[in-house]
Write a protein that binds this ligand. Structure first.
Ligand code: BGC
Ligand code: BGC
Length: 632
């Protein structure tokens, strides 16, 4: 009997192990994270002890730069603090200054009656991108071209570790937008125009940031944004007269209105959120934009009925920066609209006192039901329990031992790999690439060749990004080229491309200057005059010319493309310019595939894979179809 049982156990173990192994092959190591509602017993006990003010405090996120008196964190029982795009520590932008800032804020929360720690949020959207010396990864558009979820998960792990080095525990990322019109200034924040790719890569980013367990001290809370349909807004074109009375047209897509039928909304714009919820995302940010005329931040159907009730989202919703203010001229009414629609936490950078007072009144008047407050706070506290923030045995101050690996060469190696894999080779005539490292002379030009700021794009150190040496430790494309060629090769440089005569080959690095959000909305994606000049100056020297394009989206490149001998789309690669040189000089054979359709002209925009007439012969083909990418 005993041996029979014994054998049965061994047998069932073998079956279990082989089942496990085979399921791993189908679903490689993806385990569903623990449900956030599994903490509800503990949450309920805590909730019972809380006053209304304390509950409302949990629902507030203020921007540290607008908190005049740090004691307000305790006084208003703030549940969260953020640093917006330009909200740097007063004493500089270094790793130390950021860590001190976090510790200071957290210290105030820990001193409150209940000692509930704050969540500190930042836009670590391509690395810990506000902090000097952090490794900066390519923006999502480039990552989309890698088609590599494992790599994106790894990037998430590294980002989490660098964010944790400052103590910070929450990032407003990943952006799982599905941009359908590249005239939109936020196109580069999206992985792809194809929701299927966004689903896979968005989930990978969440798994990387949050790790297998939120309670892991090297994990941070992720935030899928901007829900929903932010990438589908209808272009508003206004013509008028600009500087000097010249006629111009201005376009606006950012924060606009997405006019779609429900089925399309679900298929294109909601799909990534289903994947994000399955990956265990703890927070979601409703969009500034509207769906069919109703702003998402007050859209009860989308926030409560669909996201929470239908899709089963158990985490909490954080409003976008001052998005609540846009809902009504009367701030109190605006708050009621948003909270009653299902918003759980308000990103109210400077309005926290008013928010606290008004929301309390709204509850006392019965405009916002107490059950809604309890639901919001339950959701916020679930996340805090899941993150181990309620564990009194743990320190909730920064772990400064992580400073050692901040911006380390190990982290930079992964970013370099991401750069290599994100580059899409669009043209390569007569085997121009790879460039032999032993050529006698290589001439480099273009405004983006030696400009780390342009290479990193928006959301880098400053909200709008910058020009030049925005952060230490990175490698510009020009310096990467110099490091790559053989000792005997000479690398010359002129920004405008002149003086290329006598060189064996020219490399011109051109493209967009940094921008974010609506500042990047543009009705004209052609190359600027300076770029075309730099290219023609090189071409005039009678040498083969390779073009590297730095941009947050496909641009209108026809003339330059036609005359170029080779053409690479490098997107916004970040600090590791070496990855670009790797592809130029044959250390990495290009593998990147377009995650966006490349339009032939402005008139062809919007054009997206899956459009009814995308493959129809009666319609002009795009310049490059979705998924295009050469190798050598
Ligand atoms: C902040 C950004 C924010 C923006 C909203 C800026 O001042 O720095 O974080 O996104 O305002 O308009
Ligand atoms: C942006 C968000 C960002 C927030 C905080 C807003 O302006 O739309 O993407 O997370 O600011 O900086």
């Amino acid at each position: 009997m005993k041996t029979f049982l014994h054998w049965q156990i061994i047998l069932s173990n073998i079956v279990a192990i082989s089942l496990f192994v085979s399921s791993c092959q189908v679903f490689p190591a993806i385990t569903k994270p623990k449900a956030l509602s599994s903490y509800d017993l503990q949450v309920r006990q805590l909730l019972l002890q809380m006053t209304l003010e304390e509950k409302i405090g949990q629902m507030i996120q203020a921007d540290q730069e607008h908190i005049k008196d740090a004691n307000d964190i305790g006084k208003f029982f703030l549940g969260s603090v953020l640093s917006g795009g330009n909200s740097d520590p007063k004493d500089g932008n270094s790793l130390e200054a950021w860590t001190d800032l976090y510790d200071r804020c957290q210290g105030h929360a820990l001193k409150t009656r209940l000692g509930i720690p704050i969540l500190y949020g930042v836009d670590a959207v391509h690395g810990h991108s506000n902090v000097l010396d952090a490794v900066i990864f390519p923006h999502n558009i480039g990552l989309g071209c890698t088609r590599n979820p494992k790599l994106i998960e790894k990037i998430g792990r590294i980002t989490a570790k660098e964010v944790r080095a400052t103590g910070i525990n929450w990032t407003f990322a990943p952006c799982v937008t599905v941009p359908r019109d590249e005239r939109w200034g936020r196109t580069y924040e999206g992985f792809s125009e194809d929701p299927n790719l966004v689903k896979v890569l968005g989930a990978a980013a969440i798994r990387g940031l949050q790790g297998s367990k939120l309670s892991n001290p090297l994990s941070i809370l992720a935030c899928a944004k901007h829900y929903a349909g932010d990438g589908g807004t209808t272009a508003m074109i206004r013509s008028g007269r600009g500087a000097g009375g010249r006629r111009n047209t201005r376009i606006r897509l950012d924060q606009g209105d997405t006019q779609v039928d429900e089925q399309t909304l679900r298929r294109i714009h909601l799909a990534p959120y289903v994947a994000a919820i399955n990956a265990g995302v703890g927070t979601i940010m409703p969009s500034y934009s509207s769906v069919n005329g109703v702003k998402c931040s007050e859209n009860k159907y989308l926030l409560t009925d669909v996201l929470k009730n239908e899709l089963g989202f158990e985490g909490f919703l954080i409003s976008d920066y001052r998005a609540i203010n846009q809902l009504d001229r009367n701030y109190k009414t605006a708050i009621a609209k948003s909270i009653n629609a299902g918003m759980d936490m308000g990103m109210v950078p400077s309005e926290y006192k008013e928010f606290s007072k008004s929301l309390k009144e709204l509850v006392e008047e019965g405009t916002v039901p107490m059950s809604r407050i309890d639901d919001a706070v339950t959701r916020i506290l679930r996340v805090k329990f899941a993150m181990g923030l309620m564990d009194k045995k743990r320190s909730h101050l920064a772990d400064r031992s992580l400073h050692k690996s901040f911006g380390s060469s190990k982290h930079r190696q992964v970013a370099r790999q991401a750069v290599r894999q994100s580059i899409v080779l669009l043209k390569n005539d007569d085997k121009t690439l790879p460039i032999p490292k032993k050529l006698a002379r290589i001439h480099v030009g273009g405004k983006c060749a030696d400009n780390l700021g342009y290479q990193c794009g928006g959301w880098t150190i400053r909200w709008q990004g910058g020009s030049g040496n925005v952060t230490p430790g990175g490698t510009t494309i020009l310096s990467a080229i110099k490091k790559t060629v053989s000792k005997k090769a000479e690398v010359t440089f002129s920004q405008n491309g002149t003086g290329a005569e006598g060189a064996d080959i020219g490399i011109v690095v051109i493209g967009e200057r940094s921008y974010v959000e609506g500042f990047g909305d543009s009705n004209d994606l052609s190359l600027d005059r300076e770029d075309i000049e730099a290219f023609s100056n090189m071409k005039k020297a009678g040498i083969p010319v390779v073009v590297v394009l730095i941009s947050g989206r496909p641009m209108i490149i026809n003339d330059v493309l036609n005359q170029a001998d080779a053409f690479l789309a490098a997107w916004l690669p970040g600090t590791e310019g070496q990855g670009v040189a790797d592809v130029l000089f044959g250390d990495y054979k290009p593998t990147g595939k377009l995650s966006f359709t490349w339009p032939r002209s402005m008139e062809q925009i919007p054009i997206n894979v899956g459009d009814v007439d995308y493959d129809s012969a009666s319609v002009d083909k795009p310049l490059f179809e979705y998924g295009f990418g050469l190798t050598y």
